[in-house]
Design a protein. Structure first.
Ligand SMILES: [Mn+2]
Ligand SMILES: [Mn+2]
Ligand SMILES: [Zn+2]
Ligand SMILES: [Zn+2]
Lengths: 149, 149
DNA sequence: AAAATAATAATAATAATTATCATTATTAAT
DNA sequence: ATTAATAATGATAATTATTATTATTATTTT
């Protein structure tokens, strides 16, 4: 039996391509991990700038993206997609294609959400909720196969 | 017992302020209701333009917003808010303030999602799901009371 | 140490959305 | 019905978040 131990001190790779862990990238990750809030890119920029005053906003955006790709952080909100509108105001959920950004309705009865005391435990006055699945739509699945081989 | 039937042919008001149902507004609503897809603003624009060639894109945006305010249609996605980042990649859900756009974590165990065959029934290859509550955060609740009275 | 590769800072470009404002349409008042 | 008051529109400018570009700097490989 062969055991391989990989110590990630200088480099990070959850995908096949290895990418170097730069001072900037590490700092962005660290600062973000400290915060319990969910900052915007420019808020991250402001935090990181206190330690690395010469960092560029573009570097922050670039690295937030790469860190999310590597699964070290998460992006909240519908990335890179423009707003979409629904002619049906009745409550129902959706599924969104991560590749072509298409949005479909989830057939009624496919999901059940049970919550207990969300308002009480968060202090929010709840107005609604939205559940969104994401993945590859049928069309994009076949498209992907063509290019992959 | 008194039954009041309101026929909305010329005006719409689900809020206190009445707003006139213009040709443009009606057409945007009609076209959107026809579509089973979830079009972007410019896709709505293209559809409506076939019937009202002189309509402006700004009018489409304006009315999509007003129709959503009146609850006749829905906006999908985090309206008017910029992307937010989460230092915690472990699966968990969120609650977002509709007023100040702040995002908080939902305490673990407050919700349970049960689904059956989402992938099979939609044809999507599911990658994940995200549940987001929305409402007024504690701070904004008190802020609102100040201005209201 | 030198060459090759990758990431950065600074800045320009893009694209979606929102604001402005003169004109037109709709509603209320007379 | 006319007129005055109000609201909505079309055209376009402005804004804002994000992405692309590129010369420079840092890191990795040889
Ligand atoms: Mn829908
Ligand atoms: Mn979170
Ligand atoms: Zn797709
Ligand atoms: Zn708030």
């Amino acid at each position: 039996m062969i055991i391989i131990i990989i110590i990630l001190e200088k480099r990070v790779s959850l995908a096949e391509k290895i990418r170097s862990m730069t001072r900037q990238r590490r700092m962005i990750l660290q600062e973000l991990q400290k915060m319990t809030t969910h900052p915007t890119a420019d808020q991250v920029y402001d935090m990181v700038r206190k330690k690395l005053p010469r960092i560029s906003l573009a570097t922050v955006y670039r690295n937030l993206d790469l860190l999310a790709q590597d699964g070290l952080i998460r992006k909240l909100g519908t990335a890179g997609a423009q707003m979409r509108f629904d002619g049906n105001p009745v409550d129902h959920h959706h599924i969104r294609c991560t590749r072509c950004h298409r949005v479909d309705d989830l057939p009624a009865g496919t999901v059940m959400v049970k919550d207990k005391g969300v308002g009480e435990r968060t202090g929010y006055r709840i107005a609604g909720l939205h559940l969104e699945y994401n993945g590859l739509c049928p069309e994009c699945q076949t498209e992907m196969q063509k290019t992959r081989v």
